[in-house]
Ligand binder design. Structure first.
Ligand SMILES: [Zn+2]
Length: 140
């Protein structure tokens, strides 16, 4: 626990307990106070970890298992039909709170996020040789 970490404070204090929606022994889920969709939730490990580089396999499993449960709850309670999971991890990712968190963003087919429209503006089309060289570089 880091005293100055806003998410560690959520884990240990009941001040915002009304925002909690699910919990396990390793993870906590609560509503995002700045949602981009109705029901937008966050799932965090109860232990303080900064990002994917320092999370234990057990905490990561706990977070993803709870994220799956939250997705099911959102579908059942809000009638959503899908979700996007988003993790910003590390200094280059625009991670805003330096305590690992998974955004669970509930979706409907005709909602206004238009994720694929945005995605298409970023897509590159490398040829096979470039992709194979990149894969070899990453494999080492
Ligand atoms: Zn923390």
């Amino acid at each position: 626990m880091y005293p100055s970490c806003v998410f560690c404070n959520l884990v240990r204090t009941p001040a915002r307990i009304a925002l909690r929606i699910a919990e396990s022994d390793r993870a906590l889920a609560f509503l995002d106070i700045n949602p981009i969709r109705y029901g937008h939730s966050l799932v965090i490990p109860k232990a303080h970890v900064t990002d994917l580089s320092d999370v234990s396999p057990e905490d990561l499993e706990g977070v993803m298992t709870l994220a799956r449960k939250v997705a099911a709850l959102l579908r059942r309670r809000l009638g959503t039909t899908g979700e996007n999971l988003l993790v910003a991890s590390g200094p280059g990712s625009e991670q805003s709170v330096l305590h690992l968190h998974v955004h669970v963003i509930p979706r409907l087919p005709d909602d206004d996020l238009r994720w694929n429209d945005w995605w298409q503006t970023k897509v590159r089309h490398p040829d096979d040789a470039e992709l194979e060289a990149l894969a070899q570089c990453i494999r080492g």
